[in-house]
Design a protein around this ligand. Sequence first.
Ligand SMILES: Nc1ncnc2c1ncn2[C@@H]1O[C@H](COP(=O)(O)OP(=O)(O)OP(=O)(O)O)[C@@H](O)[C@H]1O
Ligand SMILES: O=P(O)(O)OC[C@H]1O[C@](O)(CO)[C@@H](O)[C@@H]1O
Ligand SMILES: [Mg+2]
Length: 366
Amino acid sequence: MQKRLGILTSGGDCPGLNAVIRAVVNHATLTYDWQVVGIPYATRGLLERKAIPLSIHGLDLRGIDPLLNMGGTILGSINKGDTLAHVDEIVAGYHALELDALIGIGGDGSLAILNQLQSKGNWQFVAIPKTIDNDVCKTERVVGFDTAVNTIVDALNRLTFTAASHDRVMIVEVMGRKAGHLALQSGIAGGADVILIPEIPYTIKGVCEHLAELRDRWGRRFAIVVVAEGAQIAADSSSHPSCEKPSCGMGQYIADEIRRCSNDQIDIRVSVLGHIQRGGIPSALDRLIATAFGKAAVDLLADGQSAQMVAWQNGQVVAVPLEAVLACSPCLVDPNNFLVQTARSLSTYIGNLTPAIVKTQFNVTL
Ligand SMILES: Nc1ncnc2c1ncn2[C@@H]1O[C@H](COP(=O)(O)OP(=O)(O)OP(=O)(O)O)[C@@H](O)[C@H]1O
Ligand SMILES: O=P(O)(O)OC[C@H]1O[C@](O)(CO)[C@@H](O)[C@@H]1O
Ligand SMILES: [Mg+2]
């Protein structure tokens, strides 16, 4: 029987979403002869009973398919709203649109919402993880993260040489309110001297001493500091920014504190990369992940499965129950993991790892 398959994108956009849509439409249409419709603006499309037919030839009448390498999402997305106040209407929207199955592409926040809806509505539902935060549990890869890391590394490449030319400290604020994967991985790959992430509290003293050591011991008069927008200071400080707002001001805060601790002797500039990190052409790896995930999600639905998320584990795409994913998401940086140790091996300052942090957050012993 021909299925009518819906697909939606939810949460913050990221590169590779359109590549997922392309893979799903192609595989569902060509392999299974299903009809695929796009639900615009995530759950809002279900609420408003909107569905857009999607064809394998993409948007272009001459048959050119721009979806593989186009950033953003042609379906639109939302990361706020009163979705849970309209549960019954959204659940009913799935049935009113005569969907037989739904694929939802989202991060931890969206997947939690979609999981509630699918269980209430008895939908056939498969999730595909995407997020530049890389904080979805049970999968080693998500769509969008690799491109965002590359975008930051590109910025660090540029900033390093202008910093060196002027003997400056460059502070680069990157996204990540709770999870520091983006700052950690781009910081290592981009050669940062200081990496500050939410999971490992830092001290201003630690940052300043490291900058002084670079200068006095190694003759380095410039430095690159990568700071996640949700970085945490070790001691309580009433003036320390918290990050609930779109702009947290973390980079500027650290710049001001370094100025203070150096008696204004250090020349500092701040770059806030902001939504540049969410945009752009998806990397080859993100296209690969997107395509493999899209294919696997369609196959799971064809196999009659539901309430699953496709995941990348040990070089394979596998299915994981959504409940198991949500039980451990968001997935934060383990302060003792091999990447943190790698950064430390380069004598990068990455905050102060205390036994208390390790014990309370991760329940392991040092
Ligand atoms: N479809 C939706 N409707 C209403 N609110 C949403 C929806 N999707 C996400 N949100 C809200 O946004 C919050 C955070 O979403 P967030 O931006 O983290 O999205 P995400 O799906 O986790 O993806 P990402 O983290 O990559 O942006 C969620 O906890 C929820 O409150
Ligand atoms: O689009 P908004 O609402 O500014 O969201 C920004 C947030 O979204 C994320 O980029 C995740 O998509 C976070 O890292 C960031 O804090
Ligand atoms: Mg999220």
